[in-house]
Design a protein around this ligand. Structure first.
Ligand code: 9MR
Length: 340
């Protein structure tokens, strides 16, 4: 009996020691600073064990790259495709990973039936039905939503999407109110690109709109900075920081929601250095600014990224190479989160 007890005790001790020596990952280090890390997941990743292993290692939150968009999930007025969404959520839940819904409203990847909307009343009805169907079905299982994606033009005017044209500029607040009413525990975000630097027209327009929402009590929890950056363009960490802080002053979170840093390929030493500087600076901001709550890359491997399809001659924007190996820039991001 005594021997058995000693054995059980020793085994317990060994397992405690082993787990405390286990190598800390990016998501562990980031969690210490209150930052969730993660990646955009493609449906094809769900059939690839090697990919799934990388996603598990790096994610405390995942976002669907495409399968939660209208054309995929809600292709006809009364047609819904839940299969891929369910599979993604089940994978995440099994691995204790949070899920962000991307995206309820956008101007891209919409089904044809939306273009037949004409009146404000019709559009509001379809909008409400989309929100309530999804948010009721996944209540308690989706922790945050990109309620509206990419609502501004570069000059800070509102993008004239189907929602803007049929409902009017108040479509965004209407969507936020309905979303909060449907699942009061889900966090509600508005997501944009080129909105990260204070002083940029789009960034300032977005801030003014959100400030007004807060003032008027329109429900919102945060803003997503997509951060699809490029080594060839200037990057101003000071302006990103002051933008983050003005949202903190409003009591709002900032999500680094779709990070990638592209460069001309094959990359020069200089581009690689610049890319590492930008990624490290973003990790530092995420770590130091308490209202930055997530750091999500738009995919993980250079083998599978939207970048080369959209920007000919550019690529290598992510943290894993085409052979699914961690690149030096991955280690730089990890080190930044690991530092005090
Ligand atoms: O990565 C997505 C790609 O597979 C799609 O073809 C594309 C369609 O527009 O959308 C990409 O994801 C976008 C995201 O949903 C919103 N921000 C910009 C992303 C890259 O284009």
């Amino acid at each position: 009996m005594k021997k058995t007890l000693v054995l059980i005790f020793s085994l317990g001790l060994v397992s405690i020691l082993l787990s405390s020596c286990a190598k800390k990952t990016l998501k562990d280090y980031a969690a210490k600073h209150g930052v969730k890390t993660g990646v955009a997941v493609a449906v094809s990743d769900l059939n690839n064990e090697e990919h799934l292993q990388i996603i598990r290692e790096n994610s405390s939150i995942v976002v669907a790259e495409n399968c939660m968009k209208w054309e995929s999930v809600h292709p006809g007025k009364t047609t819904w495709n839940w299969n891929e969404v369910d599979r993604m959520i089940e994978f995440a839940e099994k691995n204790k990973i949070a899920v962000k819904w991307h995206t309820l409203f956008w101007h891209n990847q919409n089904p044809r039936f939306l273009s037949s909307l004409e009146t404000r009343e019709q559009a509001l009805e379809v909008m409400d039905e989309h929100i309530t169907t999804i948010m009721t079905r996944y209540k308690g299982r989706i922790s945050e939503y990109d309620v509206v994606n990419e609502m501004f033009n570069e000059d800070g005017t509102m993008r004239e999407t189907i929602w803007y044209k049929t409902i009017g500029p108040d479509y965004i607040e209407h969507a936020l109110i309905k979303a909060r009413e449907t699942d009061p525990n889900a966090k509600l975000f508005l997501n944009e690109y080129n909105n990260e630097e204070q002083g940029n027209k789009k960034a300032d327009a977005m801030y003014e709109m959100v400030k007004d929402f807060v003032k008027r009590g329109i429900p919102i929890d945060g803003v997503g900075f997509q951060l699809h950056l490029a080594t060839i363009y200037p990057y101003n960490a000071v302006a990103v920081k002051s933008n983050i802080r003005r949202y903190a002053d409003l009591g709002l979170e900032v999500s680094f929601s779709e990070v990638d840093v592209r460069m001309p390929v094959p990359p020069s030493e200089n581009s690689l250095k610049t890319q590492t500087k930008i990624y490290s600076s973003l990790a530092k901001l995420a770590k130091e600014e308490p209202n930055v709550t997530s750091f999500i890359t738009w995919g993980f491997t250079d083998k599978q990224s939207w970048v080369p399809y959209t920007f000919t001659g550019y690529g290598d924007a992510l943290l894993y190479n085409r052979d699914l190996k961690k690149k030096p820039v991955y280690e730089a991001v990890l080190q930044e989160f690991a530092k005090k």
